[in-house]
Design a protein around this ligand. Structure first.
Ligand SMILES: NC(=O)c1ccc[n+]([C@@H]2O[C@H](COP(=O)([O-])OP(=O)(O)OC[C@H]3O[C@@H](n4cnc5c(N)ncnc54)[C@H](O)[C@@H]3O)[C@@H](O)[C@H]2O)c1
Length: 292
């Protein structure tokens, strides 16, 4: 890595990008945050500020730490501002063509030594990397939502990823205070490959009337020692995100367990997306993305 306090670049300031920016500043990194949309950047600045302020109120951060953290974030609507980053994590929407176009632009905007990570949940890291003239520097770093709270980062080695890029990504992950798990570039990596069919099974159990939302959550929490029941987790992830991930994995794996059950469509049609809309399987007093 090129400097003593490496700089993290984040492209896309939505749910994941703003969460990863929080992770970066709280780990003492300078963070360069870019989004193609000015309103999305404004919303991210507000969301990040609210999270940091919440940390002060919960006595997890001093006022001085919070001020330092705020100062370490630089937001820009110009992608060129990220040329000083040592690692750039892309968190734009789950669309292969869009991610490939972004990688081509990053090739022009950044030095070839910059490590580039994709936060894709279901796309091929290899296909994303292939858009680069230097595909060996492209790796998967799959943060979980909400990124400030969840420890796991799947570090995904595509077929073209170099050993150095993979080991740099592992080091970055540890230095951000996260727990890296290496995995191969397969649909859903490790986590979503096992989680998505399980969540869909729980939704089908609800549709059949095997139990209520609360009963199924309780059974999973107490019987499997999961910290959250499946419906609490789905509300945190977002029903829309769950449907996209399910459909993408179903398209690649042709296994019915990945197909989202009809209840998911109905909830999305009703605007019941989970925590972010204030209602999902449960109702929430305030809509918020990081459980803040
Ligand atoms: N939301 C989750 O639970 C979750 C969890 C893990 C991984 N992921 C993955 O993270 C990625 C982002 O998901 P999200 O939920 O944060 O999306 P999001 O829709 O909340 O945010 C995407 C942001 O990217 C911006 N954007 C779009 N195209 C751009 C471009 N070309 N250049 C710059 N900015 C651009 C948009 O304005 C938006 O602010 C996806 O690949 C998704 O699969 C999501």
């Amino acid at each position: 890595m090129s400097s003593e306090t490496p700089t993290l670049g984040v492209v896309g300031s939505g749910t994941m990008g703003s969460g990863i920016a929080i992770v970066g500043v709280l780990a003492g990194r300078r963070v360069l945050l870019h989004d193609g949309s000015a309103p999305a950047l404004d919303a991210a600045v507000e969301r990040i500020g609210r999270f940091i302020e919440g940390g002060v109120q919960r006595n997890k951060l001093t006022a001085a730490d919070a001020e330092d953290a705020r100062r370490r974030i630089v937001v820009s609507d110009d992608l060129g501002a990220l040329d000083a980053a040592d690692l750039i994590v892309e968190t734009i929407p789950e669309d292969l063509a869009a991610k490939q176009a972004l990688i081509e632009t990053l090739d022009e905007a950044c030095p070839t030594a910059t490590l580039i990570a994709t936060n894709t949940s279901t796309l091929s890291v290899t296909a994303i990397a292939a858009a680069s003239d230097t595909p060996s520097r492209v790796v998967g770093m799959h943060f979980c939502n909400p990124a400030p709270l969840m420890k796991l980062v799947e570090v995904v080695e595509g077929e073209l990823t170099s050993a150095k890029a993979a080991s740099d990504a592992l080091e970055w992950t540890r230095n951000l205070g996260k727990v890296p798990v290496r995995c191969r570039d397969r649909p859903g990596f490790i986590l979503n490959r096992v989680l998505v069919p399980f969540e869909n099974d729980c939704i089908r159990a609800l549709e059949r009337g095997d139990g209520t939302i609360e009963e199924i959550d309780l059974a999973v929490r107490e019987g499997l020692r999961h910290p959250m029941g499946p419906f609490e987790l789905l509300d945190t992830v977002g029903l829309d995100v769950h449907r996209d991930v399910s459909n993408s994995l179903f398209d690649q794996l042709h296994d019915e367990r990945f197909a989202p059950p009809p209840l998911v469509d109905r909830m999305i049609e009703a605007g019941h997306l989970g925590r972010k809309s204030g209602q999902g399987f449960y109702q929430y007093e305030t809509a918020g993305m990081f459980g803040e």
